[in-house]
Design a binder for this molecule. Structure first.
Ligand code: PYC
Length: 310
């Protein structure tokens, strides 16, 4: 597999540009399912150690169904597959430009959960108009072992999020372990109580909020991803879910900028335009940089040629 690695506000994206699985035809959702059922070893090879790490999000470029799109993209991580990925989409656009496949300006990407429009503002700066986002449930109260009562909103931003306004621990880098443990406990409790997003979909991202450190940011977050890693960026789909909640509460007006800071201090600038019925279209702007390009090699005798999967 030939790959190009980038990072978006510190969060890595690995784009497979050649040698990935041939998923055939059909919608991006159907092809994601085929990827999962028949070609999952490509995912674990590309993402798991020793070739990758739990922080990496992979992106497989495919032929789009919609001919107005520059590419179809399926995102995946160390444990499975994502709907959309905001930092990943920014990384893909910067990578396509690096490869000479797109020019500066507007292009579209087709994902399993809808089309996102990207505007490449400079070689490293991208504005993404994400899929429709909305709050599904408000103030869900959970009694979480060793944490006590935790209240959060459930919202869709291209993935499902449980958003906790008051982080159980200060959002500092030394607190990564307690923050991760707390998020894991909340995710387990949601699962135990069978609390889901719409249509019974699993809530696999947990997001904590607290005060920002920089003067112009509106909030800092910690985002727990499905495979147990934390998002180094402010999380594009998580920021979209946050905007949906702010819009539903009347706390952020359409087109008003929201600077979301991550746990490492990197930032996305977000705004939204309103659709109807508290559904919004968020816009996320961030920067990505190419870090490396290369080829993943699987020697036949290597016991970990498909990655460490235990
Ligand atoms: O930026 O949407 C995002 C994202 C999801 C998981 C990791 N990053």
């Amino acid at each position: 597999m030939r790959i190009i690695d980038s990072h978006t506000e510190g969060e890595p994206t690995r784009v497979i540009i050649d040698g990935g699985p041939d998923l055939g035809s059909g919608s991006l959702q159907e092809r994601r399912q085929r990827f999962k059922e028949q070609y999952d070893s490509y995912r674990s090879t590309a993402i798991n150690e020793p070739r990758g790490s739990e922080a990496v999000v992979g992106a497989l470029l495919c032929e789009p169904v919609n001919s107005t799109c520059a590419a179809g993209v399926i995102f995946f991580n160390n444990t499975g597959y994502l709907g959309m990925c905001g930092h990943g989409a920014i990384g893909v656009v910067v990578t396509l430009y690096y490869l000479g496949r797109i020019d500066l300006g507007v292009c579209r990407l087709e994902t399993p959960v809808g089309i996102v429009e990207a505007n490449l503002l400079s070689p490293n700066k991208v504005m993404i108009e994400n899929v429709t986002s909305y709050r599904y449930r408000h103030k869900v109260s959970l009694n979480v072992p060793e944490l006590g009562t935790v209240v959060g909103d459930i919202a869709w931003g291209g993935n499902w999020f449980f958003l906790v306004e008051q982080s159980p621990f200060a959002l500092t880098f030394p607190n990564l372990k307690p923050l991760t443990d707390a998020a894991q406990r909340i995710r387990s409790e949601l699962e135990r109580q069978q609390i889901t997003g719409a249509n019974g979909e699993e809530i696999d991202h947990i997001e904590f909020f607290g005060p920002a450190e920089s003067f112009d940011a509106r909030s800092r977050n910690f985002v727990y991803c499905p495979g147990g890693a934390y998002d180094r960026s402010p999380c594009g789909t998580g920021t979209s879910a946050k905007l949906a909640c702010l819009a539903a509460d009347g706390k952020l007006q359409p087109h008003e900028p929201w600077i979301q800071e991550s746990i490492i201090g990197s930032r996305f600038i977000a705004t939204y335009r309103e659709l109807t019925d508290q559904h919004i279209i968020p816009t996320i702007t961030g920067t990505a940089f190419i870090c490396s390009e290369g080829q993943l090699i699987q020697q036949p005798d290597d016991p970990f040629r498909y990655g460490i999967t235990v």
